[in-house]
Design a protein around this ligand. Structure first.
Ligand code: BG6
Length: 477
C-alpha cells in the first residue's frame, strides 16, 4: 500500500510571513507587524511604536501580496494539489472591531483563491496564524479576554460565507497548543501582560494563558459548528504542534516525565477539539500549574457540539523528557526539551527525526482514528547560491525524502494520511527568529536579513525533486 490516489501534496505558508503589504488596502496592524527581526541567538523584540531603527520583517516579507500570481504559477509547476495559506485577520477586520469587513482585503483573497482554483489547487485555509489585530492585545490582553470569541467568530463567519463552495478545508487556529509553551502566548494568543518586550522572555501568567486557551477551544468549537451549518461539505481540522517525546532513560521517573509532556503538549488540545471535552488528566495538570479554568454555563455543551473532522499537525523534530533537571536542553521553535544523543540537529539546533514521524503518525491515529494531514514539515537551512546562480539544497531533499518515506511506512501501518504540505514551500520570514536566512523553500527568494535583495524567485534543486515526488504520488523519492 502507498499513498492514496487523491493524496493532497502541496506546501504551506502564513500571511504574515510572506505577504508583506502590511499597511496596504486598509490592512490593520497585526501582532506580527510589531515584531522586529532577530536571530537564533538574539531574540526578536516586540516594539509596537514601530521604531524605524528596527527591521520589521513582516512589513515587506517576500511581497507575495503583489506577486502571488507568479508564486502560485510556480506551485502549479511543481504539481501542487493543495496550498495551505492563512488569511490575515487584519486585512478583513483591521482592528477586529469593525462592523463591516474591509472589501479590499476580501478581494485579495478572492483573487488568491481563484488563482489556486485555476490550477486545480485545493485551498487549505488557516484562519488565524499568528496574525491577530495587535490593538486587541492592548485593549483586551488578547485571548485572555472572553470578548475575543465573538470578534473571532465575526471574522470566521465572514470568510467562511464568502468562500463557500471554493474552500472546503479550514484550520481555525495554527498550532493552538503553542501557548502551552510560554512564549507562544503572544504569537498565538496576543497576550503581552503589559510587560517585557523581549519575545523569548515574556512576562508569564499561566492562569491567563490557559484561560485564553479555553476561550480558543470555545471559539474553535463554535466556528466548527458554524462552518458545518454554512456548508455541510466543509471539513474542519484541529491543528497542533506534535512534539514527539521519548523518555531519556528507561527509569520510571523519565517515563512519567514523558507522559506528562505528552499530555500537556501533545494531547490536551486535540483531546478537547476532537472528543469535545477536557480529558480527565486536565484537572491534575492544571492543579499542578496553579490554574483554574472559568467555564461559562454552556461551554461544556459548546465543546461537544463543535468537534473537528480531521487532525492536522506540524512536525519538525523530536526530543526527550527526563525527571533530572540537570540534563542539557535542546532548541525548537516554541519548545525546549532534552537533547537526544542519537539524533543530528539542523543549523538552528532542531533535532532531525524522520522515524519519529512514523511513530507519531501511528500514535495519533491509534488515539483518534481521524484522517490526518501533516500540514508543516521541513528543514530551515542557510542556502548558499553557487556562482552559476543555482542552489544545490541536497540536504533539504534528504530531509524531505526521509520524512516522506516515514509517511509511507505509516500509511502501510494503516494510518489514514490524506495530505502533506511542506512548510515554507517558498522562502519566507522565520516565525521564531524573524530571519530570512532560515530558508525552507523549494523556491529561493532573493532577500537577506537586512531586507536587501531583488525579491526575485529562483528554483532550487529541490523544486524538480518535489515535482517528481508529486508526479509519481510519492513512488520516486
Ligand atoms: C511553525 C509555525 O511553528 O513552525 C510557522 O506554524 C513557522 O509559522 C514554522 O514558520 C517554522 O518555524 P520557524 O521559526 O523556523 O519559522
Amino acid at each position: 500500500m502507498t499513498f492514496k490516489e487523491d493524496f493532497l501534496w502541496g506546501g504551506a505558508t502564513a500571511a504574515n510571513q510572506l505577504e508583506g503589504a502590511w499597511n496596504v488596502d486598509g490592512k490593520g496592524i497585526s501582532i506580527s507587524d510589531v515584531c522586529t527581526s532577530g536571530t537564533r541567538y538574539k531574540s526578536k523584540q516586540i516594539i509596537p511604536d514601530l521604531n524605524p531603527a528596527y527591521e520589521y520583517p513582516s512589513h515587506e516579507a517576500i511581497d507575495h501580496y503583489h506577486r502571488y500570481k507568479e508564486d502560485i504559477a510556480l506551485f502549479a509547476q511543481m504539481g501542487f494539489k493543495v496550498y495551505r495559506f492563512s488569511i490575515a485577520w487584519t486585512r478583513i477586520y483591521p482592528t477586529g472591531e469593525e462592523d463591516k469587513p474591509n472589501e479590499a482585503g476580501l478581494q485579495f483573497y478572492d483573487n488568491l483563491i481563484d488563482e489556486c482554483l485555476k490550477y486545480n489547487i485545493e485551498p487549505l485555509v488557516t484562519v488565524s496564524h499568528y496574525e491577530m489585530p495587535y490593538i486587541l492585545t492592548e485593549k483586551y490582553n488578547g485571548w485572555a479576554s472572553r470578548k475575543m470569541i465573538d470578534l473571532y467568530l465575526k471574522y470566521f463567519e465572514t470568510i467562511v460565507r464568502r468562500y463557500k463552495g471554493k474552500v472546503k478545508y479550514w484550520l481555525p487556529f495554527n498550532e493552538v497548543n503553542s501557548a502551552v509553551a510560554k512564549f507562544g502566548a503572544f504569537l498565538s494568543q496576543g497576550i503581552l501582560n503589559g510587560g517585557s518586550k523581549d519575545f523569548m522572555n515574556q512576562v508569564d501568567i499561566p492562569q491567563l494563558r490557559f484561560q485564553a486557551l479555553h476561550h480558543q477551544f470555545v471559539a474553535q468549537a463554535k466556528a466548527t459548528k458554524l462552518a458545518h451549518e454554512i456548508d455541510e461539505n466543509n471539513k474542519i481540522g484541529s491543528m497542533t504542534i506534535y512534539a514527539t517525546t521519548y523518555p531519556m532513560t528507561c527509569k520510571p521517573e523519565d517515563m512519567l516525565a514523558t507522559q506528562h509532556m505528552n499530555r500537556l503538549m501533545n494531547y490536551l488540545c486535540p483531546d478537547v477539539m476532537i472528543r469535545g471535552e477536557y480529558p480527565t488528566y486536565a484537572e491534575s495538570l492544571y492543579k499542578d500549574l496553579g490554574v483554574e479554568i472559568k467555564f461559562e454555563d454552556n461551554d461544556k455543551e459548546l465543546l461537544k457540539e463543535g468537534t473537528v473532522d480531521f487532525f492536522a499537525f506540524s512536525y519538525y523534530m523530536s526530543s526527550c523528557a527526563t525527571a533530572d533537571p540537570n540534563v542539557e536542553r535542546v532548541e525548537g521553535n516554541i519548545l525546549t526539551n532534552v537533547k537526544n544523543p542519537n539524533l543530528e540537529t539542523s543549523e538552528w539546533g532542531w533535532q532531525i527525526d524522520p522515524k519519529g514521524l512514523r511513530y507519531s503518525l501511528n500514535e495519533i491515529y491509534d488515539r483518534y482514528q481521524l484522517p490526518i494531514m501533516l500540514v508543516e514539515n521541513g528543514l530551515g537551512a542557510n542556502d548558499i547560491m553557487e556562482e552559476d546562480g543555482s542552489i544545490q539544497d541536497d540536504y533539504r531533499i534528504d530531509y524531505l525524502r526521509e520524512h516522506i518515506q516515514a509517511m509511507k511506512d505509516a500509511t502501510e501501518d494503516g494510518v489514514d494520511l490524506i495530505g502533506y504540505t511542506t512548510w515554507g514551500c517558498i522562502d519566507l520570514v522565520s516565525a521564531s527568529t524573524g530571519e530570512m536566512a532560515k530558508r525552507y523553500g523549494f523556491i529561493y527568494v532573493d532577500k537577506d536579513d537586512e531586507g536587501k535583495g531583488t525579491l526575485n524567485r529562483i528554483k532550487k534543486k529541490s523544486f524538480d525533486w518535489y515535482k517528481q515526488v508529486i508526479e509519481t504520488n510519492g513512488e520516486k523519492l
